[in-house]
Ligand binder design. Structure first.
Ligand code: NIG
Ligand code: FE
Length: 387
């Protein structure tokens, strides 16, 4: 098996808990890749011989980003809705239905090539693991095919039939459909089930019913909660012991306590607040309370159409008072934890060789140089996919 040594790494972020600090930094480092996995990590001066040698030239290497929340399977454009929002209109859950009509009208080939383009866009910006949700089909056929399309790109697929109630259907009838025939058609293509628990979407009781049905079909639960209003979604997620609850923008003191007392990760999506002009979630307060936080893009055509994890890091640092180290950790190791994955997000022997070479001497530049493309190279399972 060919081995590759990447040497001359000025600053290596390992996220290895066995090393010092949150990020497990190693300076003047090298790492060896063999068969898609990391074989060795340490000081460059001690690096073993390998078949191929790559010189990082003193630049920083970080684990590939783990984007645990995206909605890439859609068609159509909602830039006019964004423009209206920037001139005073509020964001509402109802905009989702616009995308549903366009998505249903698109062919499988159109949806696939659109997702491929967005995944390539993410990869070029350093994302090496991503989750993709359905949720713009809202019929048995369109949810199942959305997930089949997503599965071509990732194992981390999420059935979000419970995104909104489609037009001309009662909420009761739709919950029956989601928990019955739609779930049966979706489950073979999905690992996770999600519900948009919010005013204008699904309430806590409906979310509970839908998550229970998903669990009975072998899907693991996650939740969109407390994005637009206060509500019971976060507490439901904690009560059920879900791996992650996403958004967490409007939290009561009781919500924070529930998160603190659970293992549930709060996945914050600051691109949404940026793109909807909402207040940002209180990341600092959550971290200080001992809550585990991940960062993700929520890339979708309505509330946030960015695929850039670097932007999310910059926003988390500038607007949510996370330190640059906390933000990078949340966008890598914690993203992996939010997908219950222990093979990615960490650069240590045996882990996936998913890594990013930055055109910068330090990871801090991700927040220090907002909006600047800093990704000089991406390795996915040990293979260079960029640079
Ligand atoms: O995560 N909150 C629900 N779903 C998406 C937005 C979907 C849309 O507006 O199309 C979100 O923000
Ligand atoms: Fe979302």
């Amino acid at each position: 098996m060919t081995t590759t040594v990447i040497t001359g790494i000025g600053e290596l972020v390992t996220n290895d808990p066995g090393r010092e600090g949150l990020l497990g930094l190693v300076h003047d480092a090298a790492l060896v890749v063999e068969g898609g996995r990391i074989a060795w990590v340490g000081p460059a001066a001690e690096a073993p011989e390998a078949d191929v040698q790559v010189d990082a030239g003193g630049r920083a290497v970080i684990p590939g980003f783990v984007d645990s929340h995206s909605h890439l399977v859609f068609a159509g454009d909602r830039s006019a809705e964004f423009e209206a929002r920037m001139t005073g209109q509020p964001y509402t859950a109802g905009g989702i239905r616009t995308t549903v009509a366009r998505t249903r009208a698109a062919s499988d080939e159109q949806l696939t090539s659109h997702v491929a383009r967005l995944v390539a866009e993410m990869r070029a910006q350093g994302t090496t693991t991503l989750e993709i949700k359905s949720g713009y089909g809202l019929s048995v056929h369109d949810e199942a095919r959305s997930l089949a399309v997503a599965r071509q790109f990732t194992e981390e697929t999420t059935f979000l039939g419970a995104h909104v109630v489609p037009a001309d259907t009662s909420a009761e009838a739709y919950v029956d459909l989601v928990t019955g025939p739609m779930l049966a058609a979706a489950a073979p293509h999905a690992r996770w089930i999600d519900v948009f628990c919010e005013d204008g979407a699904f309430d806590v009781d409906q979310a509970r019913t839908i998550l229970a049905a998903g669990s009975a079909s072998g899907l693991r639960g996650r939740l969109h909660a407390n994005q637009l209003t206060y509500g019971g979604g976060v507490q439901l997620a904690c009560e059920l012991g879900l791996v992650a609850v996403d958004h967490c923008t409007f939290l009561s003191p009781l919500d924070v306590e529930s998160l603190r007392d659970s293992r549930t990760i709060a996945t914050l999506l600051p691109g949404v607040e940026f793109s909807t002009r909402q207040p940002y979630p209180d990341a600092r307060g959550l971290l200080d309370a001992g809550v585990r936080i991940a960062l993700a893009s929520d890339c979708n055509p309505g509330s946030c159409f960015t695929s850039s994890m670097a932007l999310c890091i910059a926003l988390a640092v500038r607007e949510m008072r996370m330190s640059p180290a906390e933000a990078l950790h949340a966008a890598t190791a914690m993203g992996a934890a939010a997908l219950d994955r222990d093979d990615v997000g960490v650069l240590a022997p045996g882990k996936a060789a998913d890594l990013v070479l930055l055109d910068a001497p330090s990871y801090v530049h991700l927040a220090y140089r907002p909006g600047v493309p800093l990704v000089a190279g991406v390795w996915q399972a040990g293979r260079p996919t960029l640079g």
